[in-house]
Design a binder for this molecule. Structure first.
Ligand SMILES: N[C@@H](CCC(=O)N[C@@H](CS)C(=O)NCC(=O)O)C(=O)O
Length: 215
């Protein structure tokens, strides 16, 4: 069975859980607590497995992979049904660009390690860290709101079926809400995420449904 090292509230892990659930794959969650004891991602045992010291990390037989986008790409190639990336070159690059605006541009700035550095090394207080988060999340989501509002009729970010773009969007919307962003600024994205969340695969992947979820 596939094994996913994951943290319930990690948006990068959440992306991969959605993809695994959409593809109907059986997988075991191995929880890595990002905060406890200075962060289990830094433990000797986990570092030996993943020197990048982040989640998610996937084991599928002899395949061992970190980086959510690489994992999503691997899953789509290895377990192609249903496809998360369109076959058409132009459609594919549009989906990828949407996902990357979240995965590469927004999420690293809201990551625990970034926030800890702001707090512990640069001595930035909690209110200012909140400003930082909301600024960068809003910059990313506002752009994606404009882009998706230009194609209003589709239930998902691209078309009639979920793609990698939705796998990236839903966790980012969850994080934006958690960090106190004004969600009314993104009506189209809220509608798309709401539609995704009616699907059982998205529901199963939700942080609150994870074995390591904390109340
Ligand atoms: N680019 C990576 C980012 C992974 C990442 O930042 N994971 C976070 C949780 S969402 C993490 O492990 N943070 C703990 C740390 O950086 O120490 C990916 O997409 O997988």
């Amino acid at each position: 069975m596939l094994k996913l090292y994951s943290y319930w509230r990690s948006s990068a892990s959440y992306r991969v859980r959605i993809a695994l659930d959409l593809k109907g794959l059986d997988y075991e969650i191995v929880p890595i607590h990002l905060l406890r004891d200075g962060g289990e991602q830094h433990s000797d045992a986990y570092r030996a497995l993943n020197p990048q010291q982040r989640v998610p990390f996937l084991i599928d037989g002899d395949v061992r992979l970190g980086q959510s986008l690489a994992i999503l790409d691997y899953l789509d190639a290895r377990y192609p049904q249903p496809r998360l990336m369109p076959a058409d070159a132009r459609a594919r690059v549009e989906v990828l660009a949407f996902a990357q605006a979240i995965i590469a541009d927004v999420q690293p700035l809201q990551n625990t390690a970034t926030l800890d550095y702001l707090r512990d090394v640069l001595k930035i207080d909690e209110a200012q860290r909140g400003e930082w988060l909301r600024h960068f999340i809003d910059r990313g989501l506002s752009a994606l709101e404009t882009e998706t509002a230009a194609r209003p009729g589709t239930p998902f970010a691209f078309g009639e079926a979920p793609t990698l773009a939705d796998c990236a969007l839903v966790p980012q919307m969850f994080a934006a809400q958690r960090f106190g962003c004004d969600m009314q600024r993104y009506p189209r994205l809220v509608r798309i995420a709401g539609h995704c969340n009616t699907l059982p695969a998205f529901q199963r992947a939700h942080p609150a449904r994870q074995p390591d979820a904390e109340r």
